[in-house]
Design a protein. Structure first.
Length: 229
């Protein structure tokens, strides 16, 4: 009996060790990935602020040193680096965003999230403009008609893998990334006008575009368009 119990405990312990061996490294890899994504987001935001304040175009290539005043330093005061390697983050432009020098997986996730975020922002702006212009869900809109700068998550309206905006799209479907199927596997989390979307990011076409109060954001976009002329 005693022997059986210790065997059972031994087996249980072996299972715990095996499970830990599988999941602990996964957990660590995820923590490193999240730290890197955090760094990348911070680099991108700092570079964007730097460009806006200095009136530089978003396709200007910058070294992280150039806008270090906008960055929070790492724990030891040195610039933050990706915990999956030793290479520092290198030069980039806002249009394409920064890249991780140590992990292709980190880049894949960062770029996918970036594209989905941009698509969601472009879609929200298109709905706002569609509503202001009396369009319906089945109408198409060309994102180029909408002034970039007021509505976008990153203010580029472009997939981080490309340089052109998203092609024209039907308001009910939202924009489509021509560069990666993965970027279209899910729509981005809708930005601002959440009432137009269900929890999966699909448009709620039961709502009339024109009936919904679009107040401030559509007014902003229209105003911005006018002031640019
Ligand atoms: Zn990384
Ligand atoms: Zn994309």
């Amino acid at each position: 009996m005693k022997k059986n119990l210790s065997t059972t405990l031994g087996v249980a312990l072996a299972i715990v060790v095996a499970v830990a061996a599988i999941f602990v490294p996964q957990h660590r890899a995820r923590a490193r990935r999240d730290a890197c994504l955090n760094n990348l987001r911070q680099l991108e935001g700092a570079a964007m602020s730097y460009c806006l304040e200095n009136k530089l175009p978003f396709d200007k290539t910058l070294t992280p040193e150039a806008f270090s005043a906008y960055l929070l330093p790492g724990r030891d005061g040195a610039p933050a680096i990706c915990p999956s390697g030793t290479a520092p983050y290198s030069s980039f432009n806002v249009l394409h965003g920064p890249r991780c020098p140590n992990s292709t997986e980190h880049n894949r996730i960062f770029v996918t999230k970036g594209c989905r975020g941009e698509k969601a922002a472009v879609w929200a702006a298109a709905l706002s403009r569609g509503a202001a212009r009396g369009l319906s869900w089945t109408d198409s809109i060309d994102p180029k008609e909408i002034t970039i700068g007021f509505y976008c998550g990153k203010c580029t309206g472009t997939c981080p893998l490309g340089t052109n905006g998203y092609p024209p799209f039907v308001l009910a479907s939202g924009p489509h990334c021509p560069l990666s199927a993965e970027h279209n596997a899910a729509q981005g989390h809708p930005w601002r006008n959440g009432e137009f979307f269900d929890k999966h990011g699909n448009a709620n076409t039961n709502l009339s575009l024109s009936a919904v109060d679009t107040n401030s954001w559509s007014v902003w976009i229209e105003r911005r368009t006018q002031s640019n002329h």
